[in-house]
Design a protein around this ligand. Structure first.
Ligand SMILES: [Zn+2]
Length: 347
């Protein structure tokens, strides 16, 4: 078993804010901070410390109605709903920091993340997954940046004024629908100017290549896997992986079984070696510098071999068994994310 202090995990995606915002339990936020008798979801600060989860990108996601339209796509939420959810979850992250007694730190730079990790404070980076709250004038982008926003996926898997998210299809190519709109191109430029990381994970393929052409930052897919192994539309083709590698970017491996198993089955008994396979593939194709974790904790169904963030050492042990040495485990667990965030957000 790897010892924890050497391999703290900085993770590319969690939905803890959504879980807490939606929870009907008035104790949910208190239990996130102090653990609680009956652990809920995949993350709280007590379990994070136990499992060596040192921090990560905390997503603000506007939930879709779970009713698909005639084409099998999720509807786009209204601007009003998006504004309410986005501003509430941004505020909630600040509230968690204030209430945590130093247990959680909202980080704006790579230096902030390193400092939080060094003092054992959960290093949270504010991320938006689907920018429906932001209008064509982009004014709210500037306000959210001032509130700590440092990472943004223009879309979730549905269309908005900026781009077309990739619908969930299996087996299917991610090449579904057109690329970025004019507003989407302006959003990419504004994110580059503000040093907000752009996340490609829910973009369709045309949108991915538009960002690749426009952005001056490393290309990042914070929670996506290998299409050659699991041909889901949310996963990355070889050409996309190559582009990410060429820019010094990063893929965060998603722990969701539907993005890992070749047939996209919700196979809870899936062996952790299946996750190693995805990482092996990326390592062989573009190198160990370009892969890390993007768990999707609190947002997806993970293998039963992992209860929640407490079992990250079990996952790292699977990589150790597969031959990953200390230097590789350090890159996988946190060094790669810190390098990319340093280049993108600044020191
Ligand atoms: Zn997602």
């Amino acid at each position: 078993m790897p010892s924890l202090p050497d391999f703290p995990v900085f993770d590319g995606h969690n939905d803890a804010l959504l879980r807490l915002w939606r929870s009907p339990d008035p104790q949910a936020i208190g239990h996130f901070l102090d653990g609680g008798a009956d652990p809920q979801g995949h993350i709280d600060l007590v379990r994070a410390r136990e499992g060596g989860l040192a921090g990560g990108l905390c997503a603000i996601y506007v939930p879709s109605e779970r009713v698909l339209d005639d084409q099998g796509n999720w509807p786009t939420p209204s601007r009003e709903d998006a504004l309410e959810a986005t501003t509430a979850m941004a505020g909630l992250l600040h509230r968690l920091e204030a209430a945590s007694g130093g247990g959680l730190s909202l980080c704006r730079t790579a230096a902030d993340i390193r400092a939080a990790m060094a003092r054992g404070s959960f290093a949270a980076v504010m991320h938006i997954e689907g920018a429906e709250a932001i209008g064509a004038d982009l004014d709210l982008l500037y306000l959210l940046h001032a509130a700590g926003l440092r990472s943004l996926g223009p879309v979730w898997s549905r269309p908005n004024i900026f781009a077309f998210g990739v619908p969930f299809r299996h087996p299917h190519s991610p090449d579904i629908g057109p690329g970025l709109s004019g507003h989407g191109k302006a959003l990419v430029r504004a994110c580059n100017d503000l040093k907000i990381m752009l996340d490609l994970s829910h973009l369709n393929e045309a949108g991915f290549w538009d960002v690749a052409r426009l952005s001056d930052a490393p290309l990042v897919a914070s929670h996506s896997n290998v299409h050659a192994i699991c041909p889901h539309s949310r996963n990355l083709t070889d050409a996309q992986l190559d582009a990410i590698g060429d820019t010094g970017g990063l893929v965060g491996i998603n722990f969701g079984v539907m993005f890992l198993t070749p047939d996209s089955r919700r196979d809870l008994a899936m062996d952790l070696s299946q996750m190693v396979r995805h990482v092996d593939y990326i390592v062989e194709r573009i190198g160990i510098e370009h892969v890390a974790f993007g768990s999707d904790f609190d947002g997806t169904t993970i293998p039963a071999a992992l209860r929640d963030c407490r079992d990250l050492p079990t996952l790292l042990a699977a990589f150790r068994t597969a031959g990953y040495d200390d230097a590789s485990l350090r890159k996988l667990s946190h060094e790669n994310w810190l390098r990319v965030l340093e280049r993108t957000l600044g020191g």
